[in-house]
Design a protein around this ligand. Structure first.
Ligand code: NAD
Length: 292
């Protein structure tokens, strides 16, 4: 079994990005908007900041109170759109339910939408066009497959999950690479038949250990996107520890499949890497005036 080591791929690629950025006149700058202080969001933002700084980019962390007015966020987005020193803008999700994330994302200049969630960029991806931005996780999945030279063209791929953030763009990216893609979700019947038939199985359901030995077949490539915080086993007198697991029961499938990405250390680092690849792309397009 080949371990698809996203951590290593990301580390190697970071060195290349750092060299690329050091030749730029100004540092590519990413603004991250956060509403409230959700612990997981803060942890993701810390990871993004660390990675960005490591490769010589700037990260502006813009925070809002939970009670912020929707219009205040829109005003800030407009100011960042107009700021030539800012090359990328993302809204850290989720945000409080009383705020409308869609209209905030639509307010971001599509040329600075490095999360690729603006409808203009989503449409470009759906049209098979490369001139927009591909959502970071989907891009990370494809880069991980590329890094291990796993062929996509003509292969059968199954994607578990159809969210706008992960499942749908990943399925589109695989389609654009020539794969024959099946998407399964909560309402799908007989999921194991559809996951077993795939050469490439991508799982993004947000459900710990959803995929086990009944869902996989020998030689498959499995990409586990899921990040679930579960309570580990409780030993006598010990406080149960929280740990991160994926959507795939790694131990149950590792001796069956041909290749698998671990959690943590698989898609997570590839997502952060891809966000900054998008930022550098945004910077480069602005610098060269090629704003497509
Ligand atoms: P989501 O809740 O928006 O979507 C989940 C999708 O999975 C839905 O389409 C749903 O129909 C499907 N699904 C849920 N339970 C299912 C089941 N039992 N059987 C079949 N399909 C099922 O979640 P999301 O934003 O797409 O995220 C999915 C997972 O990926 C989460 O664990 C999230 O934390 C993780 N994630 C990881 C990264 C990363 O960088 N590794 C980035 C984003 C999200």
């Amino acid at each position: 079994m080949i371990l698809l080591d996203g951590k290593k791929v990301s580390k190697d690629r970071a060195l290349e990005l750092k060299a690329q950025v050091s030749a730029f006149r100004v540092a590519p700058t990413l603004a991250i908007l956060q509403v409230g202080d959700d612990e997981r969001s803060s942890a993701y933002i810390r990871q993004k900041k660390l990675f960005g700084e490591k490769i010589g980019c700037k990260v502006l962390h813009v925070t809002f109170e939970n009670a912020v007015a929707h219009s205040d966020i829109i005003e800030k987005v407009k100011a960042l759109n107009a700021d030539v020193a800012v090359h990328g803008i993302i809204l850290q999700l989720p945000i409080p339910a009383n705020l409308d994330s869609r209209s905030i994302i639509e307010a971001i200049d599509p040329k600075k939408d490095v999360d690729g969630l603006h409808s203009e960029n989503a449409k470009k991806l759906a049209d098979g066009e490369e001139s927009g931005f591909i959502p970071a996780t989907a891009k990370g999945v494809i880069s991980l497959l590329d890094a291990y030279k796993i062929p996509m063209s003509g292969k059968k791929a199954t994607v578990v999950g159809r969210s706008a953030l992960v499942g749908t763009p990943t399925a589109l990216c695989l389609t654009n690479r020539g794969a024959n893609v099946t998407v399964v979700h909560r309402a799908t019947v007989n999921i194991p038949t559809k996951t077993k038939q795939a050469d490439i199985l991508v799982v993004a359901a947000g459900h710990a250990k959803l995929i086990d030995s009944r869902h996989v077949s020998p030689g498959q490539t499995v990409i586990d996107v899921g990040i679930n915080l579960v309570t580990g086993e409780k030993l006598e007198d010990e406080i149960p520890k929280k740990k991160l697991v994926g959507d795939v029961d790694f131990d149950a499938v590792k001796d069956i499949v041909g290749a698998i990405s671990p959690v943590p250390g698989g898609v997570g680092p590839m997502t952060v890497l891809s966000l900054f690849e998008n930022l550098i792309l945004a910077y480069d397009r602005m610098r060269t005036g090629n704003r497509n």
